[in-house]
Ligand binder design. Sequence first.
Ligand code: NAD
Length: 243
Amino acid sequence: MPTSLLLQGAQGRMGRAIAGLAEEEECRIGHACDAGDDPGAGIGDCEVAVDFSSHEATPVLAGLCAEAGLPLVIGTTGHLEREVAAIREAAARIPMVWAGNYSIGITLLLHLTREAARALPPAYQAEIVEMHHRHKKDAPSGTAENLLDALLGAREQDRGDAVFGRHGLTGERPEREVGVHALRGGEVVGEHTVLFAGPGERVTLGHSAQDRAIFARGALRAARWVIGREPGIYGMGDVLGIG
Ligand code: NAD
């Protein structure tokens, strides 16, 4: 039996990609909703919810899922602090997969970034650069944020060391600083680069997404995986077994 999904953001780029690949990935859309619809209307017919909509819509859906005991896969990015807090509250009651990027390649890039950040001395200064299509509404990308947190965590640093873009008389770059830069334009699906610029050499790790299908397939895989897990927040590394 295909897994029945509640799909929020069904009319968007990602929503359409997910609906198009659902059957191939042994899923079906039990209830599709978009802006103006009631996500709770068809919740009883679904085994798991998948959200690729807008930041303000995720906590509402998370609350409904927590009440109904429905696991949730969150693809939406750009949440405000209070929205993150509300989603975390719901995760005490249901299992969630919450990832800024559902591709296998980015899951591996996160792992390699952690390894590189640990292996390279602090003189190898890190910068993150991302590029996306001109329609993207948040910056930097959720993936760049995830890469930043992976990097800072591996070097036992925190967000206080991050700088989002540079402008004006910035002064010399402190060694601990991590710069994050967002480029926008055209129809670029998603490019991410992590640079470690050291004395006399530079290490570059990168990923280029060419098709939204990679995110859609990953999210569908996460949807099947999350059913029956303990409450809490899981990442795509858990789904794929990449630590
Ligand atoms: P999009 O703008 O094409 O689609 C978003 C859809 O959500 C639209 O149909 C819109 O009408 C709908 N929507 C807006 N407000 C809503 C609400 N309150 N309730 C229900 N639906 C609502 O965007 P997209 O490119 O499909 O991306 C959607 C989200 O997914 C973005 O946050 C994007 O950054 C994120 N994204 C994540 C990944 C990942 O792998 N995690 C990959 C691609 C995109």
